[in-house]
Design a protein around this ligand. Structure first.
Ligand code: ZN
Length: 151
């Protein structure tokens, strides 16, 4: 893990230590499980919908600091957003973590704190950790009670 130390910026560490929206949601409208066997990350994302918008979202699971911090930041970023807005945000996030889009372009402002994951682009094996919760979120939005694996 030492070669990754540069990634462990304060935001990631802090969200790993005290993840936001880290709880089961018993009255959720939908949920999906995400697994990243490569790293051992496993998490479930729950959400509540209000029309086209995600009115509440939570997650629970275990995994590396990146997967947990990314899930935590994902929940804070998508709450209150519409499906279309979430699609666009995920696309931008994916481009930044895979290095397809320089984080200093216009998308950085929209990504907000999610931009801390731009360092992941130098560690391709970690991209799946950073995007796992987003894939689970998408699965939960597309079909209730689905599951998704990065493999
Ligand atoms: Zn991981």
């Amino acid at each position: 893990m030492t070669e990754l130390s540069g990634l462990y910026q304060d935001v990631i560490l802090e969200h790993n230590r005290s993840p936001r929206n880290f709880r089961r949601m018993d009255d959720a409208d939908s949920h999906a499980e995400g697994r990243n066997p490569l790293c051992g990350d496993q998490l479930t994302v729950w959400l509540k919908l209000s029309g086209d918008r995600v009115s509440d979202v939570s997650f629970e699971g275990s995994g590396c600091a990146i997967s947990k911090a990314s899930a935590s930041l994902m929940t804070t970023a998508v709450k209150g957003k519409s499906r279309g807005e979430i699609d666009r945000l995920f696309r931008q996030f994916h481009e930044v973590v895979t290095g397809k889009s320089p984080p200093q372009d216009g998308s950085r402002r929209e990504l907000g704190k999610l931009a801390v994951f731009s360092g992941i682009a130098s560690f391709p094996v970690r991209v799946k950790c950073a995007t796992l919760s987003w894939h689970a979120l998408k699965a939960a939005l597309e079909r209730p009670s689905g599951s998704v694996s990065t493999e």
